[in-house]
Design a protein around this ligand. Sequence first.
Ligand SMILES: NC(=O)c1ccc[n+]([C@@H]2O[C@H](COP(=O)([O-])OP(=O)(O)OC[C@H]3O[C@@H](n4cnc5c(N)ncnc54)[C@H](O)[C@@H]3O)[C@@H](O)[C@H]2O)c1
Length: 248
Amino acid sequence: MSILDLFRLDGKTALVTGAAQGIGFEIARGLAEAGAKVIIADLNPATGEQAASSIGASFEPLNVTDSGAVRALAARLEALDVLVNNAGIVRNVPSEDISDADWEVVMSVNVNGLFWCCREFGRKMLDAGTGSIVSTASMSGLISNHPQPQAGYNASKAAVIHLTRSLAGEWAGRGVRVNAVAPGYTATPMTILGLETPEWRETWLKETPMGRLAEPAEIAPAVLYLASEASSFVTGHTLVVDGGYTVW
Ligand SMILES: NC(=O)c1ccc[n+]([C@@H]2O[C@H](COP(=O)([O-])OP(=O)(O)OC[C@H]3O[C@@H](n4cnc5c(N)ncnc54)[C@H](O)[C@@H]3O)[C@@H](O)[C@H]2O)c1
């Protein structure tokens, strides 16, 4: 077997949350190219349907914060080999001013929703005795971004990194690996506001040793590595893809 075959996902089913656009869409595209049957699960049916049909994937409307809906979708799927927890949101509000609702929605999507998916799809994988879960964390789980205020987002991504380690330990002996990627600033609809704010943009570029943002397609290969047999002895790991941001 060639080493390149380890990166193939032929015959496997992969579900990617929040994949109607941005990083998730490029992950879905990459996994499909590697041979997986891909399901895009997203809150937004308009963009989701279109994204899915453009790469030969199927679409499932899903709000990851609705644990009942996550459970129902898991029950409907025949099998699931790869779960990519990518849905995530940010609120850039100073901590002294943030509303309960803004704090809670970030935690609800980034932590609770991600956990509901791990629990419901993970149980299916445990029953099958095999599976790979990859979550999109962020370098924000390792450092505190500036100048934009986003304490809740940073805390939520730190939770994703530690949840990854915790679930990996629980499930390692039962055939299910759990890993994460931690992207740095990436050019997607999420970062448009920052790119249009001169002080944010300047700081982001100055503090990234490579001097630029990532393209979403630069995150996808790291996810493919963790999703596939290429990483068969890797679990509990967070792979940083940040153009060097966290070295300074
Ligand atoms: N863009 C960056 O610089 C960056 C850096 C590090 C990590 N990330 C993380 O990468 C992931 C993707 O970010 P992006 O920049 O592509 O964001 P994006 O805003 O461009 O796309 C997010 C997608 O998630 C979907 N979504 C939002 N809430 C959802 C929910 N409750 N249920 C299901 N789907 C939902 C949206 O409809 C959208 O399609 C997020 O977890 C984000 O935190 C982004």
